[in-house]
Design a protein around this ligand. Structure first.
Ligand code: 6PG
Length: 465
């Protein structure tokens, strides 16, 4: 890439942070924004990095000022704004130019845009960027989908700005068209589930009457052990924080309704379309929905509930989260494997686990183990069946079971932890209750079933005279 051919449009929080990161890594970057007044403001915030930045009043003037072949990074909200921006600039671009959508796009949109733009001789890259504002500024994890040729051009910049894990850049070309955005979507689904399981454990500890600061210290301790991860780390910090107005725990001053922009929901939708069920992610998305259900305040007044103390030793809860984390990631990677097969992406699970080891929101010490397990090739391609995971699950599942049992008895909601255990208990039985589902289906719809003895008799006695 020539040094003057890189541009970024959209100087919001993430766009600004990414632009400063690019400039900080010695690249010259053209920048513009929908509202042009943001450009001089951004340049003055850039301080010494201003020398590497070229501001423009509009996206079109920016494109005109750039040398071809250009690479334009879009940092605009997902959905219509991306299509509108592409429509606005298409006729100003020339063959060989590349548009990079660095937002959290629906991969179906990315596939559609890739097809249209490639037909017009342009390149399109769907680039998942994880790490929040801090990550975008100092080193995110970067998941790229697009043609190999356009990746070759973007690669030096992407690798320079990405987080490093023991010196290796957490940026990779994962496959064509929507592969990068799909992997980022599943990353976010896993993120939702990790957050939910942590929140459920907080709820259990709070029910037992432990002060927030003490619960925070428990997470701090966990962050020095096998659960070391960004989300456990920030939970410790958040729970230790006091509100500046009340002096009480800051978290209790926050309205108890979880927001969501959609990536967790997309993960569940796409998983189900692929015939996969990620019970932990599903539970996490559902729990966010329940939290803001308008009927909840009335239900809380009307329905007889139960809210007893679930008093469990921290080691039991720690084991529960270790087991939950393994199941959550195993399910996430199963979704990726199903998508890879369906869309012929040849996703490399080891590479994905490796670029999630630093920079992104779900970074954790366990991702190192997951990456090693994928490098070694787990049985049936399933992370949960890798020898190290089998050993860890053997140790940790009793804690998960004790936690779910105690929480359920006390009336403390643990949908995500229970979702992990439900999957585990189903998968660990060669014969469960699906045969009854088959019998019911045959009974009401003559759907037929396979017999254990292999004989070709596909209907039950209820269809015989
Ligand atoms: C990341 C985050 C980032 C963002 C999510 C939050 O990887 O950096 O996942 O993408 O924080 O979009 O999603 P919700 O608003 O849906 O929680």
């Amino acid at each position: 890439m020539t040094r003057t051919s890189l541009g970024l449009y959209g100087l919001g929080t993430m766009g600004s942070a990414l632009a400063l990161n690019i400039a900080d890594n010695g690249h010259t970057l053209h920048v513009s924004n929908r509202s042009s007044s943001r450009v001089p403001e951004f340049l003055s915030e850039a301080g010494d990095l201003k020398g590497n930045l070229r501001g423009h009043d509009s996206l079109v003037t920016m494109i005109d000022a750039m040398n071809a072949p250009r690479t334009i990074i879009l940092m605009v909200p997902a959905g219509k704004p991306v299509d509108d921006t592409i429509d606005q600039i298409r006729r100003h671009l020339t063959g060989g130019d590349t548009i990079v959508d660095a937002g959290n796009a629906d991969f179906n949109d990315t596939r559609r845009r890739t097809k249209t733009l490639e037909a017009a001789g342009l390149n399109f890259i769907g680039m998942g960027v994880s790490g929040g504002e801090e990550g975008a500024r100092h080193g995110p994890s970067i998941m790229v989908g697009g043609s190999k040729a356009s990746w070759d051009r973007l690669r030096p910049v992407a690798e320079a700005i990405a987080a490093k894990h023991e010196g290796a850049p957490c940026a990779a070309h994962l496959g064509p068209d929507g592969a990068g955005h799909f992997v980022k979507t599943v990353h976010n689904g896993i993120e939702y589930a990790e957050m939910q399981m942590i929140a459920e454990i907080f709820g259990i500890e709070r029910s037992a009457g432990r002060p927030h600061s003490e619960i925070g210290r428990m997470f701090d301790r966990w962050n020095r052990g096998p659960l070391k991860s960004y989300l456990v780390e920030i939970t410790g910090t958040v729970l230790g924080a006091t509100d500046h107005l009340t002096g009480g725990p800051a978290v209790e001053e926050i309205v108890d309704k979880a927001g969501q922009k959609g990536t967790g929901r997309w993960t569940v939708i796409e998983a189900l379309k692929l015939g996969q069920s990620a019970s932990v992610i599903e539970a996490a998305v559902g729990a966010r929905g329940w939290s803001s259900d308008p009927a909840r305040p009335t239900a809380a007044q009307t329905l007889p509930g139960r809210s007893d103390a679930a008093d469990l030793p921290p080691e039991t809860l720690e084991a529960a989260l270790i087991a939950g984390r393994i199941v959550n990631h195993a399910q996430g990677f199963d979704i990726l494997a199903a998508a890879s097969k369906e869309f012929r992406w040849s996703l490399d699970m080891a590479t994905i686990a490796e670029i999630w080891r630093a920079g992104c929101i779900i970074r954790s010490a366990q991702l190192d183990t997951f990456a090693a397990a994928f490098r070694a090739g787990p049985p049936k391609g399933s992370l949960a069946l890798a020898p190290d995971m089998v050993a860890m699950l053997k140790q940790a599942v009793p804690g998960l079971r004790a936690t779910v049992a105690a929480a359920v008895t006390a009336g403390q909601p643990v949908p995500a932890l229970a979702g992990a255990l439900g999957w585990y208990d189903t998968m660990t039985k060669a014969r469960g209750t699906a045969a009854l589902i088959q019998a019911q289906r045959d009974y009401f719809g003559r759907h037929g079933f396979d017999r254990v003895d292999g004989t070709d008799d596909r209907h039950g006695p209820w269809w015989r005279d």
